[in-house]
Design a protein around this ligand. Structure first.
Ligand code: MN
Ligand code: MN
Length: 268
């Protein structure tokens, strides 16, 4: 059940309306990493969740995101005000000015309509919590970039609040994930293939024109991986991509299943 409280979650003041900035703010309203996407992602995950404690968390944060949407909406409304009267301002976004009367609608900064395709819902709690941690990280960085693009004090203050809350959510989703006590690489029920799972394929050849010889660092071994030569390589004459074992490739043995005979690959 939902209930509307007539106050905003954070009081919004805009000193100097800026239609162009308001348009960029639409990214956090009807955009891929915006507040509606966050609200719908967590709420729908919550409605599907069989774990009462984590369902509560998903619903709490989903509800807070709707309150964020309201704050972003208030900011956009104030920044859009001039487009109701001035041709130059209306020109910044004719879709909003002429079709929407300078009001809010679910578009991103480029006028693309909001879509449920933005939502990442896997229906597996730990996978969804990871989706949410990533969503919060994207929301945080988007707010940070927006903050660099305005000098308006009141706008900056509201964005600072919203940006901060995304880190709070990130902490909460991370705690929920850790509290499940699952091995971080155990996803779903089927185990990965032993041996194969620990092979990191070195899929690069040549030298970086700027940096010279670079490769993956020792840190790759942190989670039990080891580097093996790619089963695919360019042949010496540079005539195309070949499969390990078909053209003198000297790679160390790999447990990757080999393509059956006749599977020699050639690039165009
Ligand atoms: Mn938010
Ligand atoms: Mn959030």
């Amino acid at each position: 059940m939902y209930h509307h409280v007539k106050n905003l979650m954070y009081d919004v003041n805009v000193g100097e309306p800026d239609v162009r900035f308001g348009r960029m703010l639409l990214e956090q309203f009807g955009g891929a990493n915006g507040e509606l996407a966050a609200a719908m992602q967590y709420t729908l995950q919550g409605w599907s969740c069989d774990d009462p404690e984590r369902r509560d968390l998903l619903m709490d944060i989903g509800t807070e995101e709707i309150s964020h949407l309201e704050v972003v909406g208030a900011l956009i409304r104030m920044h859009f005000k001039p487009m109701k009267k001035e041709l130059e301002d209306a020109e910044q976004d004719p879709l909003v000015a002429v079709v929407g009367g300078g009001g809010l609608n679910l578009f991103n900064s480029m006028g693309n309509p909001w879509t449920a395709d933005y939502l990442k819902i896997a229906g597996e709690l730990d996978v969804d919590l990871r989706n949410n941690i990533a969503a919060e990280a994207r929301a945080k960085i988007t707010y940070e970039r927006l903050m660099h693009l305005t000098d308006d004090r009141g706008t900056k203050d509201a964005l600072q609040f919203l940006m901060t809350r995304e880190i709070t959510h990130m902490k909460a989703f991370s705690a929920a994930l850790e509290s499940l006590g699952k091995d971080p690489f155990s996803i779903g029920k089927l185990p990965p293939t032993p041996g194969l799972v620990d092979e990191y394929y070195n899929d690069s050849t040549g030298e970086d024109p700027e940096a010279g010889k670079v490769g993956v660092g020792k840190w790759i071994e942190m989670n039990g991986l080891h580097v093996v030569d790619s089963p695919f390589s360019f042949d010496a004459k540079g005539s195309g991509l070949t499969v390990d074992g078909h053209n003198g490739h000297n790679g160390k043995s790999s447990t990757r299943p080999r393509p059956t005979s006749g599977a020699k690959l050639k690039t165009a």
